[in-house]
Design a protein around this ligand. Structure first.
Ligand code: ADP
Ligand code: MG
Length: 229
């Protein structure tokens, strides 16, 4: 079935930061549409605005101008409570560092976002178990983050991002802190999940090998999104 609208659509997005007397023009008319099931690598040098773009796309920051459509819904003018609701239900985030809660097990870390969204303990636990098992962590459910390897921690973070069955996954250099072999494995896991769940994914990365395995590659030039071959 053809999807009629992008999962995420940035239209004419502007983002400027004031720095003393100067203004930094980070995003200037940025346009990007990502369709369900599609993965996009965002590759650009440090300081060009990758994290800014992901924060605006994920409704963590407001654009100064332009619009962010999430599954067709214009979000710029929505109240914060509604933006938060959309973020919780439709968007999953993965960062360079896992940001798991240290005093909770892998299972509990994946249960929490679901319980915040109103699922019962039993339902949340069942889905967390399924997700972690799918990502190869069946034997690690009761481990705390400190008892997991870097790659395992990041796979738990992927499971947590997917916990509420979002339609959009935003990842900010998710393998940037891992050795090449582990990065490769974690990336494969991420890609598998994106394909199986029909997620739209934007992944900021400096790793050209990993980017080559995604559906599209884009960069930022003078604040605009430019498609790479
Ligand atoms: P990247 O993720 O590509 O490394 P960022 O989006 O983090 O780039 O940052 C882009 C530019 O915007 C950088 O020069 C950074 O210093 C600046 N910047 C980011 N956030 C802020 C902020 N809250 N206030 C001022 N400047 C910022
Ligand atoms: Mg960044």
């Amino acid at each position: 079935m053809a999807d009629k609208q992008p999962a995420i659509f940035l239209q004419g997005v502007e983002r400027h930061y004031r720095q003393g007397e100067a203004t930094l023009d980070i995003l200037q008319g940025a346009e990007l549409a990502v369709w369900p099931g599609q993965s996009v690598a965002l590759m650009a040098p440090s300081g060009t605005g990758k994290s800014t773009l992901l924060h605006v796309a994920g409704l963590l920051e407001h654009a100064d101008a332009g619009e962010v459509f999430i599954n067709g819904t214009a979000t710029a003018g929505l109240p914060d409570t509604e933006r938060t609701r959309i973020r919780r239900n439709q968007i999953g985030f993965i960062y360079q560092f896992h940001h798991l809660l240290p005093e909770f097990s892998a299972l509990e870390n994946v249960m929490l976002p679901q319980m915040i969204c109103g699922l019962s303990r039993r339902e949340a636990s069942k889905r967390a178990d399924e997700l972690l098992s799918y990502l190869g962590l069946k034997e690690r459910l009761t481990h705390r983050p400190a008892e997991l390897s870097g790659g395992e921690q990041q796979r738990v973070a992927i499971a947590r991002a997917a916990a509420n069955a979002p339609s959009i996954l935003l990842a900010d250099e998710p393998t940037g802190n891992l050795d090449p072999n582990t990065a490769d494995h974690v990336f494969s896991t991420l890609k598998q999940l994106v394909q199986a769940s029909g997620l739209a994914a934007i992944v900021a990365t400096h790793n050209a090998d990993l980017a080559a395995r995604m559906d599209r590659r884009v960069t930022l030039r003078d604040g605009a999104v430019v498609e790479l071959p």
